[in-house]
Write a protein that binds this ligand. Structure first.
Ligand SMILES: Cc1cc2nc3c(=O)[nH]c(=O)nc-3n(C[C@H](O)[C@H](O)[C@H](O)COP(=O)(O)OP(=O)(O)OC[C@H]3O[C@@H](n4cnc5c(N)ncnc54)[C@H](O)[C@@H]3O)c2cc1C
Length: 328
């Protein structure tokens, strides 16, 4: 049975105020269990602001702060799973696990219970994070991608985490002479270029050429400084994949489905007007990309935003490609 241990955060890198990479070392005298790239572990903090489910007058539900009789928010432990973004070889050498985490915010801008507490973590100060001594998960290349010549990863936001682990491990194995003839392609989208976690590492793996790897990073809400990097394209990952398969953007489909006039059409048109259209990074050609997406020999693995994953599933079905996702 998994037991609880108290680890310490030894490193935190903020890609943005709401997005960070954390490194966690195990409790003194302990070591993290061996794991395979793509797996996850449960993390917990003790002093989280708790919420409770409340029924709205219209019959729907929301989660609101759980207050005690004195009007203070109740505090307590919250545990969630996190995909490990370090590669197994890094943990073997260095001892730590790495995580790529976003601060959860609801539609009112209220932070999630555990991530609010995780984003208070300060190495050397408030640095304790509890972990469970079990690393689990079936979202691994060995379980899902055996026999496929083309493996396509689609990571939205922090959904990159398991793929960062896999690609770093594959590159390490190749450096040690353990190579395969599999082609790996990664679509990773985040809002802006600075939020593209592991960008330099992934670019270096591509340029190193030890594995057959094409890196397709894009930004869905570019800021002015994002125009300076020609290696970063534009658009949401699902729409970039649609572009590669010559499919219309999801917003174009929704406009067509909305039909003639009316409110639905106005809304769909407004969504289409707002969208950042797909544009590949300068080092990626559509023809070259298509060869790596051949339906007969390709599997698409995706992880991250549930809405984006739904659309990637739709794309995979339209293109006739095998599809697997990691549920968060
Ligand atoms: C296998 C796996 C791997 C994951 N890997 C990552 C990762 O690498 N990086 C990452 O950023 N995230 C990852 N996640 C998501 C992560 O586990 C958390 O769900 C996320 O960080 C939000 O946690 P939170 O406590 O801040 O938000 P919560 O407080 O849990 O809020 C999230 C939503 O849960 C609901 N909610 C709020 N209060 C309650 C309540 N009291 N009871 C029930 N539901 C409630 C609300 O709908 C809210 O919008 C992963 C999830 C899974 C399952």
């Amino acid at each position: 049975m998994a037991e609880r241990r108290v680890g310490s955060a030894v490193f935190r890198f903020n890609l943005a105020p709401h997005l960070a990479i954390f490194r966690l070392v195990p409790q003194k005298g302990d070591a993290f269990p061996h794991y395979t790239a793509g797996q996850y572990i449960a993390l917990r903090r003790e002093n989280c602001r708790l919420t409770k489910k409340i029924a709205r007058p219209d019959g729907t539900f929301e989660y609101a702060a759980d207050m005690d009789e004195n009007g203070n928010v109740r505090r307590g432990p919250v545990t969630h799973s996190y995909s490990i973004s370090s590669a197994p070889f890094e943990t073997e050498h260095e001892g730590w696990l790495e995580f790529y985490v976003i601060l959860e915010l609801d539609e009112l801008g209220q932070p999630g219970r555990l991530t609010e507490s995780l984003f208070l973590v300060d190495p050397g100060e408030d640095d304790k994070i509890i972990y469970y001594t079990k690393i689990a998960g079936e979202f691994t290349l060995g379980k899902l991608a055996k026999g496929f010549h083309n493996v396509v990863f689609v990571g939205t936001g922090t959904g990159l985490a398991p793929f960062a682990s896999m690609l770093k491990q594959l590159n390490h194995d190749a450096l040690l002479g353990r190579t395969t003839d599999t082609r790996y392609t990664l679509f990773h989208a985040n809002r802006t270029a600075r939020e593209l976690g592991y960008h330099a590492t992934l670019h270096a793996i591509q340029e190193g050429g030890k594995i057959d790897f094409l890196y397709v990073p894009t930004v869905s809400r570019p800021v002015a400084s994002d125009n300076h990097d020609p290696h970063v394209g534009r658009g949401r990952a699902s729409n970039v994949l649609r572009y590669a398969y010559d499919l219309p953007m999801r917003e174009e489909e929704l406009l067509r489905e909305a039909g003639g006039n009316g409110e639905a059409r106005t809304r769909a048109q407004a969504a289409l007007d707002r969208i950042v259209r797909p544009q590949l990074p300068s080092h990626v050609s559509k023809e070259g990309l298509r060869k790596r997406l051949d339906p007969g020999s390709t599997i698409i693995l995706t992880c991250g935003n549930p809405k984006a994953m739904e659309d990637i599933k739709r794309v995979a079905a339209l293109a006739g490609v095998r599809f697997e996702k990691e549920e968060w």
